[in-house]
Design a binder for this molecule. Structure first.
Ligand code: FDA
Length: 300
C-alpha cells in the first residue's frame, strides 16, 4: 500500500459522505428492495446465487429492530414471489443483540421460521468479538430447536475459532471468512499470512466435519487451496459454495463460476450504507485513493 493510500485509509471517516457514497456505489445494490431485486435478477441471469443483506447494525432501540425485521420479511416474500435464487444474511446487532439477547433470539427465531415456510435460509453474519459468544450461542440454540435453514460465520483471524468450530453441532452450515473487524492482538492474528494459513486449516476442519461450507474470500491463493482440497477429497458440489462480495474481484468470480462451482454474491442494500462502505473502502484504500487522486488532480 502506498503512503498516499494508507493516508487515505486513515482519513476516510473525514471524507464527505457524498464522496464516500460515490466510490462505494459498486459495493451496494442501492437504497431500496427494488434496486436489490434488479441486481439479483442480473446475478441469477449469469447463473450466480446471492445472499441479500439489509444494511444496518448496532440498533439501540427496539422499534429500529422491528423495522429491520419488517424489511427482511418483505424481502423474503419478494424473493419467493420473483423466484430469485437468494437467501438472506442478517446481523444480530440489527435484530437487537445489544439491547436484549432474548429479544434478539425471538426475532431471529421468527425470521428463520418464516424463511423455512418460504423454503429459504438465514445466514447469521459474524460481527466484532464482543458478539461472538452470543452469536454462536443463538445459532446453537436454533439448531437445537430443529431449524436446519440457519447458518453461521466463523472468522479465521480469531485465535479462538478452531475451538469454536469443534463446539458447533453436527450438520452445521458455516461461512468461513478472514474477519473484517480490527481486534486486539491478544485475541486475533494480525499477520496476514497467519490468517491465510489459519483459513486453510479451518477449511480442512470444516470439510472433515462434513459441514456445508461457504468459502468467503477473494484471495486467489485461498481459492486455489480450496479447489485443491475439493479435488483431492472429491467433495460433492452440493456441500459447498464460494461466496464473494458485490463489486469485488469480478474476474475471479467468473473464473470460479466458469469452473462449475456454486458461487454466491453478497448483495447489501438499504439506507444505512455509510458504515458498510467505510469498511469496504478501508479494505481497499487503493480504490478510494484513485478517486481522491482524480479529485485532487494527481497523476499517480
Ligand atoms: P483479502 O482482503 O486479502 O483480499 C483479496 C483480494 O481481494 C485483494 O487483494 C483485493 O484485490 C480484493 N479485495 C478485497 N476486498 C476488496 C474491496 N473491498 N474492494 C476491492 N477489492 C477487494 N467478515 C466478517 O467479519 N463477518 C462476516 O460475516 C463476513 N461476511 C462476509 C461474506 C462474504 C460473502 C465475503 C466475501 C466476505 C465477508 N466478510 C465478513 C469479509 C471478510 O472477512 C474479509 O474482510 C473480506 O472478504 C476480505 O478478505 P479476503 O479473504 O477477500 O482477502
Amino acid at each position: 500500500m502506498s503512503l498516499f493510500d494508507s493516508l487515505v485509509a486513515r482519513s476516510l471517516p473525514f471524507v464527505p459522505r457524498p464522496i464516500v457514497g460515490g466510490v462505494a456505489r459498486r459495493y451496494i445494490a442501492g437504497e431500496g428492495l427494488d434496486d436489490a431485486v434488479r441486481v439479483l435478477r442480473g446475478l441469477n441471469g449469469k447463473g450466480l446465487l446471492a445472499t441479500l443483506d439489509v444494511l444496518g447494525e448496532e440498533v439501540r432501540r427496539r422499534d429500529l429492530a422491528d423495522l429491520a425485521m419488517a424489511e427482511y420479511r418483505g424481502a423474503l416474500r419478494r424473493l419467493r414471489d420473483e423466484r430469485l435464487q437468494s437467501n438472506i444474511s442478517v446481523k444480530l446487532t440489527q435484530l437487537g443483540l445489544k439491547l436484549d439477547t432474548g429479544f434478539c433470539l425471538e426475532n431471529l427465531r421468527a425470521l428463520t421460521a418464516e424463511a423455512r415456510t418460504l423454503g429459504n435460509f438465514v445466514r447469521i453474519d459474524m460481527e466484532d468479538s464482543s458478539c461472538t459468544d452470543a452469536t454462536l450461542e443463538i445459532y446453537r440454540r436454533l439448531r437445537h430447536e430443529g431449524f436446519e435453514n440457519v447458518g453461521v460465520v466463523l472468522q479465521a483471524c480469531l485465535r479462538r475459532t478452531a475451538a469454536d468450530l469443534r463446539a458447533l453441532p453436527d450438520g452445521s452450515n458455516v461461512r468461513l471468512c478472514k474477519g473484517i473487524y480490527l481486534e486486539p492482538r491478544s485475541i486475533a492474528y494480525r499477520d496476514r499470512e497467519i490468517v491465510r494459513k489459519n483459513f486453510a486449516r479451518l477449511l480442512e476442519a470444516l470439510f472433515d466435519r462434513r459441514f456445508f461450507v461457504g468459502i468467503a474470500t477473494h484471495d486467489e491463493w485461498l481459492v486455489w487451496e480450496a479447489c485443491r482440497l475439493i479435488e483431492d477429497r472429491r467433495l460433492p458440489g452440493d456441500r459447498l459454495e464460494f461466496q464473494m462480495l458485490l463489486g469485488v474481484e469480478e474476474g475471479l468470480r467468473q473464473i470460479i463460476a466458469g469452473q462449475g462451482h456454486r458461487l454466491r454474491v453478497y448483495v447489501p442494500y438499504g439506507s444505512h450504507w455509510y458504515a458498510y462502505s467505510l469498511r469496504r473502502l478501508k479494505e481497499n484504500p487503493h480504490i478510494a485513493g484513485h478517486v481522491l487522486r482524480g479529485m485532487l488532480g494527481r497523476k499517480s
